[in-house]
Design a protein around this ligand. Structure first.
Ligand SMILES: CC/C=C/CC(=O)SCCNC(=O)CCNC(=O)[C@H](O)C(C)(C)COP(=O)(O)OP(=O)(O)OC[C@H]1O[C@@H](n2cnc3c(N)ncnc32)[C@H](O)[C@@H]1OP(=O)(O)O
Length: 725
């Protein structure tokens, strides 16, 4: 017997089992139609006298990816999840969840309403709502602590992390894990428990086990989430909801859960985080200005890759490649450096494998001092020192050594990929792969194409990024690509603010309260002030004698702050030298402390240049640093370097610490209001006419003139704007 009409299919199997299969590919999200289907099919199974037990599963080996996130911004219709799940739990026939693939969010909450849960060994479970700015409001915050205890529930709900089936079994979330077909196992199991009392199987009736250190536990977790969430409201609400589970009867706890969810559901933070979810997926559907796109560009197979240069970046890239299962040839010409790198790479792989409970992939890597060793690889990632002449030389060697068709990638954060490509006989095979340090940890990868890069080369680099677990964004070639190009006006404004009266502490505090993990000055101290100094020297911005006179603050016709250069001249390179914008106990130490020397230095500097310090508030810091950065984002869109605002936002959220609950710079601009951003840029530009970065971009003006359309409509405006430039 079978009903195939609805988005939850009903079949009677093994004579007496009602099998309900969710059918909403690709992840069987709980759309209104699916929820209606479940309600109808459960009712049907329970009212059928022949049916002794019920199994709920998902089509195509995937249980359920949770509520349909696409419905959130709409007028939600259809049966709500809470009464649907309550009705399943209240059923008088055993209902078993057969979990294959994922059981996430509402999917896991549905399973928690069932009387038993059987998972396939490869399944993954979790309550990731917090990552969408929400909490598990279909009873998840009330049932999970009752089932697994408060500490484990707090951990899962406030982080949103997924667990494996084995971990879920250990925690008590599932009753059985199988390597066989989970649906078949669940069907057999459901018959074996048919007729037995279900009193002890309804989680909502359990007493929540209370930890002895109850208050200390909640205080500790609350402090931790407030520190790490930096202004995000969902993790805090998650803690409050779990606390309700531990202190209130189930129905009262549910009321609290719903109340907290109501605040989150309509919040700007939830909108921002859900935008991030879809933006992260949208960047995979890349396209180039030539019209080449992800759907029509087939990647080349890559079985064997090489990394050239085993400094910090090269080592991280080698680890990331080996962890995907590729054979890697790691080349370093200096013997000592090669030996050190081998040891470091092995250590990183061993630690990673230990964390994941797997065998390290050391034997996938062969090390060599000889570049001839890469003759047979399919793809090379060059990661030598950031110097154009050196990279050009390496690329010429690569072209001579590699088999025809080998893809040549350069790991660079700023150099001209097109210029490098032009030095090779096959520029179509060249792309940039801008990794972020540490390369085996950071999620972001900018794949940089030049005008001559082939779509196939881009497709191959994008696919390799995905295999490495990266969020890869295809961007055009320009100075600093997307991320670093936008960082320039941000840094510049921070320097100017110091000249005008701010301190590093004030600027950093404003940015950290906004949600960045580190303010701009603490971040500069961490990455090293000498890096920017080297670039400024190369750009001939650093003057040999900067001691006096107004001219020292003008370079190439624009306002310039030599503050960073002056610090470097004093050997203050940041954490590594124990002194930078802050002071540290010793070189390499990470705890930044205010430095009276720096404050006196700023006072003397301002006096020398006739600058009268004024009081600067957090709002000005945010407006000047962030709007200047956003303005450059609009220029990047205008220039076609990024295909859409989502690309920029994903780069900033995954690579630059932009707080996810604020969606990314371009989304944030939309939230603030494009007209407001424009008005403030105009205001600051009038006050600082010698700062070109504050000159509002014409695309921003056009969007405002067009009534500030929502972000998903910007691409249409950009296209029109570009065609008229
Ligand atoms: C009333 C409020 C109740 C809230 C409770 C909730 O349930 S909130 C939702 C909680 N669930 C999640 O957060 C899970 C989100 N999904 C994922 O983490 C992953 O998609 C996955 C399920 C682990 C599968 O990963 P995989 O890499 O295999 O695929 P993709 O991520 O690329 O997804 C494929 C397409 O499916 C879309 N999608 C995924 N989940 C949902 C969802 N819950 N709702 C709507 N759409 C979803 C995703 O956008 C992809 O679509 P494309 O069009 O192909 O980009």
């Amino acid at each position: 017997m079978c009903d195939k009409g609805s988005m939850a299919q009903y079949t009677r199997v093994s004579g007496f089992v009602g099998l309900i299969t969710l059918q909403n590919p690709p992840v069987n999200a709980l759309s209104a139609a699916v929820r209606q289907g479940i309600v109808d099919m459960v009712e049907r199974a329970l009212s059928d006298p022949i049916v002794k037990s019920v199994v709920i599963c998902g089509q195509n080996g995937n249980f359920c990816g949770g509520a349909d996130i696409k419905e959130f911004g709409t007028n939600m219709s259809g049966p709500p999840l809470v009464p649907m799940i309550d009705a399943i739990e209240a059923a008088n026939k055993p209902v078993v969840a057969a979990i294959e693939g994922s059981a996430l969010g509402g999917g896991l909450e549905l399973a928690l309403g069932c009387h038993y849960r059987i998972a396939h060994s490869k399944a993954r479970l979790g309550l990731p709502e917090v990552t969408l700015g929400l909490l598990p409001a279909a009873g998840g915050t009330q049932r999970l602590p009752r089932l697994v205890g408060v500490p484990a529930a707090l951990n899962l709900i406030t982080t949103g992390r997924h667990v494996t089936a084995a971990q879920a079994l250990q925690l008590g979330i599932v009753d059985q894990v199988t390597d066989h077909n989970a649906v078949d196992v669940a069907v057999t199991f459901s018959l074996s428990v048919a007729g037995q009392s279900l009193d002890a199987r309804r989680i909502s009736t359990y007493l929540c086990p209370l930890p002895s250190d109850f208050d200390a536990l909640f205080e500790g977790v609350m402090q931790k989430v407030r520190q790490s969430a930096r202004g995000a409201i969902a993790p805090v609400a998650c803690v409050q909801a779990v606390r309700a589970a531990a202190t209130l009867p189930y129905t009262k706890g549910m009321e609290r859960e719903q109340e907290l969810m109501a605040t989150l559901f309509t919040s700007g933070q939830a909108r921002a985080q859900q935008y991030c979810f879809f933006a992260q997926r949208a960047v995979g559907r890349w396209r180039m200005p030539s019209g080449a796109r992800w759907e029509t560009s087939k990647p080349r197979p890559v079985h064997k890759a090489a990394v050239i240069g085993l400094g910090t970046m090269g080592r991280g890239i080698t680890v990331a490649l080996a962890q995907t299962g590729l054979s890697v040839v790691a080349v370093e010409t200096q013997e000592k450096q090669l030996m050190e790198a081998k040891q470091a790479v092995s250590g990183m792989l061993e630690r990673g494998a230990k964390r994941h409970g797997v065998v390290p992939t050391l034997d996938r890597i062969s090390y060599s001092q000889n570049i001839q060793a890469i003759a047979e690889v399919d793809l090379v990632i060059e990661a030598v020192f950031e110097d154009m002449a050196l990279k050009t030389e390496v690329f010429q060697q690569l072209s001579a050594v590699c088999k025809p068709g080998t893809l040549l990638c350069t790991n660079t954060s700023a150099l001209d990929v097109d210029k490098l490509a032009s030095e090779t006989p096959n520029p179509e095979l060249v792309v940039g792969m801008h990794f972020f340090a540490p390369a085996h940890v950071m999620k972001l990868l900018e794949v940089v194409y030049g005008p001559r890069s082939s779509p196939q080369a881009v497709a191959t680099a994008m696919q390799l990024g995905k295999k490495m677990g990266k969020v890869s964004v295809a961007v055009g070639n320009c100075r600093g690509f997307v991320g670093n190009r936008m960082l320039m006006p941000y840094l510049q404004q921070a320097f100017f603010l110091l000249e005008e009266g701010a301190t590093p502490e004030l600027v950093d505090q404003a940015l950290e309260e906004f949600g960045f993990p580190m303010g701009v000055f603490r971040m500069s101290d961490l990455s090293g002030l000498d890096i920017g100094w080297r670039v400024r020297k190369r750009d001939e911005l650093v003057e040999p004698d900067m001691a006096s006179g107004k001219s020292a603050r003008i370079r190439q016709g624009s306002r310039y702050s030599p503050l960073g250069d002056l610090l470097c001249e004093q050997g203050r390179f940041g954490q590594k030298t124990g002194r930078g914008w802050y002071q540290y106990d010793k070189p390499g130490s990470r705890v930044a402390r205010s430095d009276p020397w720096l404050h006196s230095f700023l006072v003397e500097y301002r006096a020398r240049h006739g600058l009268v310090p004024r009081s600067i508030d957090h709002q000005e810091v945010l407006e000047r640093c962030l709007y200047a950065l956003i303005n450059e984002g609009f220029r990047i869109l205008e220039d076609g370097i990024a295909a859409g605002p989502e690309d920029i936002d994903v780069i900033y959220v995954f690579g630059y610490g932009w707080p996810r609950h604020r969606g990314g710079p371009m989304f944030y601009a939309g939230m603030v209001g494009l007209a407001k951003v424009l008005e403030r840029l105009e205001h600051y530009q009038q006050a600082h006419p010698d700062v070109p970065y504050l000159q509002p971009c014409s695309l921003l003006r056009r969007l405002v003139a067009g009534g500030s359309p929502p972000i998903h409509r910007w691409r249409e405006v950009i296209k029109k704007h570009q065609s008229q430039l």
